[in-house]
Design a protein around this ligand. Structure first.
Ligand SMILES: *Cc1c(COP(=O)(O)O)cnc(C)c1O
Ligand SMILES: [Zn+2]
Length: 423
């Protein structure tokens, strides 16, 4: 039985076959994957999922492609960490961190790439391509290598060093563009219509790519014991992840997998001040997401003209969430706060999420009695330059006891549980 019924226009509802198509011929609306939820409900159960692999592919019945051997590096089932120490600092009684730094290439992008390249390979594509703010580049290059496909990856030339190295190492073609992400994306849209024989993961196979983000919602619900959280805080670049996390929670209700189907998950969005077109529209009560020229250290979120911006705005409004943005300084504070309280090192996008979480908690929008999940979507080693100047050794001393005694004199460490003093 086919669980996917095809593609459907989000605006006019017109149907299309499940091919490499992205926009509606009639109204230019974006296409989305459509499913037969009755058939899925009849097939899927908690037990069938729990018996699956410890990757995103345990949710294959709710994904747009099924394959006995998907293009997979072991993505998903990342830790959902109860964050009591961070929660205490923010005045939140039940805070969880979804730690997607633990994915194979260190970011949530492995979810969308594993799904889209599996579909692309089934459609017969031999070349994987993408326009990237960095993490997508890493992930496409790695998964293409795994699948034995060629990759052609386009990035803005001013990316963080680590993101360039961890893309180039996989041996694909890496093209740095003298321009920002929106320039790169425009070029790729033009190229995609010339090179119809390439799978641009976030252009002509974008409907399948986007579905991969739903696995964040599936995992959170399963890890909470098949219950929905009250509130999630999601970082926003194109807005795809945020809208699909919401779709994921809705699907769990539709197919009867969660205990509390009546619960409304509030979805809040996080951006950096230097690239906050959607947060700006939310703040001004506008329906128009006005494009901006990005300038922020949160480069993985630096999309000035977000493809799903309007849908993200609509999702946040309709679920009773909020949008907020934080300064680059608050991004760094957020990275350090999460590291200091929970032992998790996030990239700048994670600093954006934690900074916005802190802000929304202060304003009482994220409430102290809610079950809150914050999505930390990329690893800190990818953006170490963001911390240069604000972190380093506590002391640099000669190798002598005296020098150490002097340097550590005012540390005030608790030494009461020293060797032999235990009762
Ligand atoms: C790409 C990305 C996001 C969100 O991307 P969307 O385009 O909004 O889906 C969030 N965090 C990190 C680290 C990313 O790389
Ligand atoms: Zn349409």
């Amino acid at each position: 039985m086919d669980l996917v019924t095809g593609l459907r226009c989000r605006e006019c509802g017109r149907g299309y076959p499940a091919q490499a198509l992205q926009v509606c011929d009639f109204c230019f609306g974006p296409l989305e994957v459509a499913y037969d939820y009755e058939a899925i409900a009849a097939k899927v159960s908690r037990a069938s999922i729990e018996a699956g692999p410890r990757t995103i592919w345990r949710y294959a019945d709710l994904l747009p492609v099924s394959d006995p051997a998907p293009v997979d590096l072991g993505t998903g089932c990342t830790p959902l960490v109860r964050a009591d120490r961070l929660g205490a600092e923010l005045g939140l009684s039940e805070l969880w961190i979804k730690n997607d730094t633990a994915n194979p290439t260190g970011s949530f992008k492995d979810r969308v790439v594993s799904v889209s390249l599996t579909k692309a390979r089934q459609l017969g594509f031999k070349v994987a391509a993408c326009a990237s703010t960095g993490n997508l580049a890493n992930s496409v290059a790695a998964h293409a290598a795994r699948a034995g496909m060629a990759s052609v990856v386009f990035i803005p030339k001013d990316l963080e060093r680590a993101k360039v190295v961890t893309t180039a190492v996989y041996g694909g073609y890496l093209v740095a563009i003298d321009g920002n992400y929106d320039d790169v994306n425009r070029l790729c849209a033009e190229l995609a219509s010339d090179h119809l024989s390439w799978a641009f993961v976030n252009v002509n196979v974008r409907p399948y790519y986007a579905e991969g983000s739903k696995t964040l919602a599936f995992e959170v619900a399963e890890q909470l014991g098949w219950r929905l959280p009250d509130h999630v805080v999601v970082p926003v670049a194109s807005g795809s992840q945020l809208t699909k996390v919401h779709k994921g929670f809705e699907e769990l209700v539709k197919v009867g997998l969660v205990d509390d189907p009546g619960r409304q998950v509030r979805v809040s969005g996080a951006q950096a001040d230097g690239c906050s077109p959607v947060a700006g529209a939310f703040a001004s009560g506008s329906d128009y997401v006005k494009p901006v020229k990005p300038h922020t250290i949160a480069k993985s979120l630096a999309i000035g003209n977000p493809a799903d911006g309007w849908y993200a705005l609509e999702t946040v409004r309709s679920t009773g969430g909020a949008f907020a943005s934080v300064s680059d300084e608050e991004v760094i504070d957020g990275i350090r706060l999460l590291a200091r309280t929970e032992g998790i090192f996030a990239e700048t996008a994670g600093g954006v999420t934690i900074g916005v979480l802190a802000k929304l908690a202060r304003e009482g929008i994220v409430r102290s009695d809610e079950c809150v999940v914050a999505f930390v979507t990329g690893h800190g080693l990818k953006t170490v330059e963001a911390l240069e100047g604000s972190t380093g050794p506590t002391a640099t001393i000669p190798p002598s006891l005296d020098a150490f005694a002097e340097a550590s004199a005012d540390w005030g460490l608790d030494t009461s549980a020293g060797a032999g003093s235990e009762a």
